[in-house]
Design a protein around this ligand. Sequence first.
Ligand SMILES: Cc1cc2nc3c(=O)[nH]c(=O)nc-3n(C[C@H](O)[C@H](O)[C@H](O)COP(=O)(O)O)c2cc1C
Length: 168
Amino acid sequence: MPITPRPAIFCFSKTGHSRRVADAFACRTGADIVQIEVERYRFPLLWIARAIWDVGRKAAPPLLTGNIVPAQRPWIVAAGPVWANEPAPPLRSVLAGLATLEAPVGVLLTCGRSKEQSNSFATCETVLGRPLAACVSIPNDIEDTEDMDVLLSAFASAMTGRSSLGAA
Ligand SMILES: Cc1cc2nc3c(=O)[nH]c(=O)nc-3n(C[C@H](O)[C@H](O)[C@H](O)COP(=O)(O)O)c2cc1C
């Protein structure tokens, strides 16, 4: 019997919010989580200065997990935090690595403020080189609430719908 490949969530999380939200999204969708690690943000305190510096210079730091060459996946989500009104630089690295794939790609951001993250999503599309299949931002203060469930449910429907359209 052929094995149906599972969707994948490539998740970078420095302080745990994105990981928890990605876990909730994985539970809902049956996706695999691939944890993204980078060396640059491991030093206490210094990492914050580096984070803001790297956002300004549009850096895409090398991933400790190496090049992303996902096996066939029906869809892929890149998940991580907003830093200085932009996607955290490791998300740039992930999206650049996904640019040549045909699978639909969505972005899940976590953020401290509950404002639209349109600037960050526009950057993600630029790096990916094509429109996102779907996007969602989850402010920290709705983590683990019904509001988060509603947003993740709509995001899951959008991603799942795109994958079946892609297969048609
Ligand atoms: C250096 C830095 C910059 C940040 N800039 C923003 C920002 O511009 N807008 C915002 O809403 N949240 C901002 N935040 C908050 C994070 O996006 C938020 O806490 C996120 O959930 C952290 O995700 P993580 O725990 O997965 O690392 C910033 C956090 C850090 C550390």
